[in-house]
Design a protein around this ligand. Structure first.
Ligand code: ATP
Ligand code: MG
Length: 393
């Protein structure tokens, strides 16, 4: 019965000029998301409101599911929109609405009328009262409860009149495109897709980089990363994924540096390369899935040593999360199943038995001196031969 949806969005921090930017970005993201499902949709705004109108057949659950992937939406209210043809007609429409949406009338309700224009002949109080009594006349089983009603009936008088009573939660956040771009270091694990999701949720466009080390990491591992990028893209919009061949760099570090420092030195090179890619592509920060103490390379000492090569901000949205909290988000956003597929890196030769957990920066720098200029060439080759693919739903 619903032909339209009212989109509710948060208002904090979007006053004045920012508001238009926020609303326009939200409209673009809604249009983009709806483009991938069947049906014909028009997205419009009317002072402080965004509407999605449908035309012809559409799948209700699919529309809700799709809108729940759009950052910036706090709630989705399926609504009936009617023309203003006087109070009697409004009362009739509201009765028809209640009849259609609630076949069983054994519930308590409250009418919330709001006038978006003050030229309507009745004020909100009168509307609440009069509409309430019309409803009670039509359905005597109904009861009014102004304190904790089972059903809140919203009546918004604007150019036209909006009737709605259900608000389905959206995912919140800010529309993608309102907050610049960042480069996500995306592996096939559980953490980095969640980290990307969280930063995109603040309105940031994502670009991603995956360090692939064939034959030590399999083609299936690479496919898994592309699948994860696509899943994150169902929220974040299209993600350009750079696949950088890291094998020669890894082998060279393995050859020249103490094995217990391998992970840290490799991670320093990953960050450097990610940063170069970020600079080349207009991204203003890096994103990783690191969390303090999760593994040897994520002790606070290791993070200090890794971070030292970065000149741009590194966003680590999971830094204070327990693994279970991260898993819960991965499950909620739908990346978990893919993340736990067993095509993990088989590069055990690169994993030291006893990696340093308190790397000393002076020692690490000293070890890196063994790498000479050849490492720069290898980095350049890795960048020159990268593969870039667009991941989107
Ligand atoms: P994840 O579950 O995200 O793989 P992790 O717990 O396995 O994380 P690490 O392997 O230490 O942790 O990696 C820490 C972070 O470094 C990852 O969250 C990711 O952002 C980045 N990273 C690790 N390996 C790669 C890779 N091969 N390509 C791109 N980024 C990577
Ligand atoms: Mg990992």
């Amino acid at each position: 019965m619903y032909k339209a949806f009212l989109i509710k969005y948060g208002e904090i921090g979007i006053k004045g000029k920012n508001r238009y930017m926020f609303e326009d970005a939200l409209i673009r993201q809604i249009e983009y998301a709806l483009r991938r499902i069947e049906g014909s949709y028009t997205v419009t705004k009317e002072s402080g409101r965004i509407y999605v109108d449908t035309e012809g057949e559409y799948d209700y659950d699919e529309v809700i599911h799709t809108l729940q992937h759009v950052f910036g939406i706090v709630g989705i209210a399926p609504m009936v929109q009617i023309e203003d043809e006087g109070f009697d007609s409004l009362a009739k429409e509201l009765i028809a609405y209640v009849d259609a949406v609630y076949p069983d009338k054994n519930f308590t309700f409250k009418v919330h009328a709001r006038r978006g224009r003050k030229n309507y002949p009745m004020d909100s109080m009168e509307l609440n009262k009069e509409l309430g009594s019309r409803l009670l006349e039509a359905f005597p089983e109904l009861k009014v409860d102004v304190h904790s009603p089972k059903v809140n009936l919203y009546v918004e008088i604007r150019q036209r009149i909006n009737l709605f009573s259900e608000v389905i939660p959206g995912c919140g956040g800010m529309p993608v495109g309102t907050n610049g771009k960042a480069m996500l270091l995306l592996s096939g694990g559980i953490d980095s897709p969640v980290a990307g999701y969280m930063i995109a949720k603040r309105g940031v466009v994502l670009e991603a980089v995956y360090f692939h080390a064939p034959p030590y990491t399999s083609e299936r591992a690479k496919q898994k990363v592309m699948d994860l990028a696509k899943q994150v893209a169902s929220y974040a919009g299209p993600i350009r994924l750079h696949i950088v061949n890291f094998t020669d760099i890894q082998l060279y570090i393995h050859e020249k540096c103490p094995h217990e420092e391998l992970t840290i030195i490799m991670r320093r090179y990953m960050m450097k390369i990610a940063q170069t890619l970020a600079e080349e592509n207009g991204a203003l920060g890096l994103i990783t899935g690191e969390s303090i103490g999760q593994v040897a390379s994520q002790t606070i000492h290791s993070l200090y040593a890794t971070n030292e090569v970065c000149t741009m901000p590194v966003f680590r949205p999971l830094i204070g999360f327990d693994k279970q909290d991260i898993v819960d988000i991965a499950l909620k956003i739908g990346t978990y199943e893919t993340s736990i597929l067993p095509y993990e890196d088989c590069c055990t030769i690169f994993v030291a038995k006893h990696p340093v957990t308190k790397p000393n920066l002076k020692i690490i720098r000293h070890s890196e001196e063994n790498l000479s200029e050849k490492i720069e060439e290898l980095v350049k080759t890795a960048l020159d031969t990268k593969e870039t693919i667009m991941c989107e739903v």
